[in-house]
Design a protein around this ligand. Structure first.
Ligand code: GAR
Length: 193
């Protein structure tokens, strides 16, 4: 098994990024190296990467964004992980890295996915719809937003008086559990190809 070179894309606080960094360092995700963290905006996730000596790129959203992103991805990248990344990848990037990009989404896909469904918007929509369960999903990234094959998913019950904030906390706990497992699983599948 050869070490897989991973590029992680972020937009926020980066608690999932931290979980992945820790899992790579501890060997929970074996044979993996995080070679770069790419952010689409200023965010604390980049500080987390820098604290571990990981190369960081911070892009500007808007004009030429997809080209900036393509240019920022090291050519020897084996695998990409979207860890709270809020920009949409264009078809060219999805095609170039087909089967080699995964994303974490804070709901039970295929429900509550698609354009505009991110972060607190998802939790608000889930609560307003009167759902009794939500959860987190790790899936492959394809040109259709949040439509790729599911790798792992875990549910949590919605409590009486649940708020988007309280639900977000519960779902983050699930994410920290399933994300390293899903990455390990997807990397193992990559080895078989
Ligand atoms: C996570 O809950 C992740 O599922 C969500 O953003 C949060 C990032 O938290 N992603 C999306 O909503 C993508 N549609 P973090 O920065 O602390 O890892």
């Amino acid at each position: 098994m050869t070490t897989k070179r991973i590029c992680i894309l972020v937009s926020g606080g980066g608690t999932n990024l931290q979980r992945i960094i820790d899992a790579v360092l501890s060997g929970e995700i074996p044979e993996a190296e995080i070679i770069k963290v790419i952010a689409d905006r200023p965010c604390f996730a980049t500080t987390r990467a820098e604290n571990h000596g990981i190369e960081v790129a911070q892009l500007k959203r808007g004009k030429n964004f997809q080209q900036q992103l393509l240019d920022a991805i090291p050519p020897d990248t084996d695998f990409m992980v979207l860890a709270g990344f809020l920009s949409i990848l264009n078809e060219e990037i999805c095609t170039r890295f087909k089967g080699r990009i995964i994303n974490i989404h804070p709901a039970l896909l295929p429900k509550f996915g698609g354009a505009g469904m991110w972060g607190a918007h998802v939790h608000k929509a889930v609560i307003e719809a009167g759902e009794t369960y939500s959860g987190a999903t790790v899936h492959y990234v394809t040109p259709g937003i949040d439509e790729g094959e599911i790798i792992l998913q875990e549910a949590v019950a919605i409590s009486e008086g649940e708020t988007p904030d309280s639900l977000a906390k519960k779902i983050h706990e699930i994410e920290y559990r399933i994300f390293p497992k899903a990455i390990k699983k997807a990397l193992a599948q990559l080895q078989e190809k």
